[in-house]
Design a protein around this ligand. Structure first.
Ligand code: ZN
Ligand code: ZN
Ligand code: ZN
Ligand code: ZN
Length: 354
């Protein structure tokens, strides 16, 4: 083994995401956060995704905010600020094998000079006006008291809160608003409907350079799945136990073992790290952006994130092998609108899990 010095580590070009605790103000829109759980920190304060755009295509219930990644594209003013949002359904039954219909992805981007934020970077401390109103955006858009998405329908009794849907009003009534509504106080009771909130911090992936060949993430594309390059003495074992799928899964495990707590891998225009050789999309299966540009790989969400979402249930739970996000290669300008992007869920094959 080589020494653990700067020289003995090699950057892969992938940026890894990890969960960290943060002060609530650090996760507000004005700080341009990357975060998991809680309510979305909306970048554009206008033209939010509508309730119907956020509905799970399987059960028709509103999808819930999962995470957002702040990912400006350097050198392009139209994406000076840029955030990609992922929403997912909370109904375990919607998580069928390799089916992505219970997820929604949106991209928002703004020029440096825009209607909502200062031209200069935000202060790195809590300021008196940094507290976003939990119910109404600065633009006047009302937010659902339960989920934080656009919601115009008010509680008919107190008129103090609004909801995106009947379903969320019913859930919130039982969970906490019944109390709030009668006493006319806004309780700061924890909103247990949301996923637990974390900051998503990133750092470049570095692999130790050893005498052995380091895990080669570039070769994890479909093309490289044949056993022909394996050594003679491995062939017999492979005939007995290993399939191309086993090989992909082994590489996946080797690659993430170096940083086992990674919940996200970011590498725009790079390659995803697949968990299986099965159900990998062909180019034709990734729809083009309505602007005409191809969609390209931007980042993937790892199964490790599930451990921090409190979604495990013995009977059925929210689950994935990896979630792969493809976005417009041109990162086209849609004004203040949130542009839908594409997500691909790949599950572990057979009974594999981490
Ligand atoms: Zn659903
Ligand atoms: Zn809602
Ligand atoms: Zn009320
Ligand atoms: Zn586009």
């Amino acid at each position: 083994m080589s020494e653990n010095t700067e020289d003995s580590r090699r950057k892969t070009g992938v940026v890894l995401g990890f969960l960290e605790e943060a002060e609530p103000w650090q996760l507000l829109s004005a700080q341009f956060p990357s975060k998991v759980g809680g309510k979305p920190a909306w970048l554009s304060q206008q033209d939010l995704p509508s309730t119907s755009e956020l509905v799970c295509e399987k059960c028709q219930l509103p999808a819930l905010f999962l995470l957002q990644v702040y990912a400006p594209i350097v050198g392009f003013d139209q994406s000076f600020h840029r955030t990609v949002y992922i929403f997912c359904c909370k109904t375990p039954a919607c998580y069928t094998l390799n089916d992505s219909r219970c997820f929604k992805v949106f991209r928002s981007q703004l020029r440096r000079k825009n209607d909502f934020y200062s031209y200069n970077p935000p202060p790195d401390e809590e300021t008196t006006n940094s507290g976003d109103n939990q119910h109404v955006l600065s633009s006047g858009v009302k937010l659902c008291h339960l989920c934080g998405c656009a919601g115009q329908e008010g509680c008919s009794r107190c008129h103090a809160v609004t909801y995106c849907s009947k379903e969320h009003q019913v859930i919130d009534w039982k969970q906490r608003h019944k109390k709030e509504c009668l006493t006319k106080t806004s309780s700061e009771d924890q909103n247990l409907f949301l996923f637990p909130e974390w900051e998503l911090v990133t750092e470049p992936e570095e692999l130790p350079v050893t005498d052995d060949k380091p895990p080669d993430t570039d070769s994890l594309e479909q093309a490289d799945m044949t056993p022909s390059d394996l050594e003679e003495n491995e062939l017999e074992a492979m005939a007995l136990h290993e399939s191309p799928d086993t090989k992909v899964f082994q590489k996946f495990k080797e690659c993430i073992a170096i940083e086992p707590h990674q919940v996200l891998r970011y590498c725009r225009e790079g390659c995803p790290l697949w968990v299986s050789s099965k159900h990998v999309p062909s180019k034709a299966e990734i729809p083009k952006c309505p602007c005409g540009a191809d969609r390209i790989f931007e980042f993937q969400i790892m199964p490790q994130l599930l451990n921090s979402l409190k979604v495990d249930r013995p009977d059925a739970s929210i689950d994935w092998g990896t979630l792969v996000i493809y976005t417009c290669a041109a990162s086209c300008d849609q004004g203040n609108k949130y542009s839908p992007e594409f997500i691909w869920k790949q599950d572990f094959s057979e009974d594999r899990a981490l």
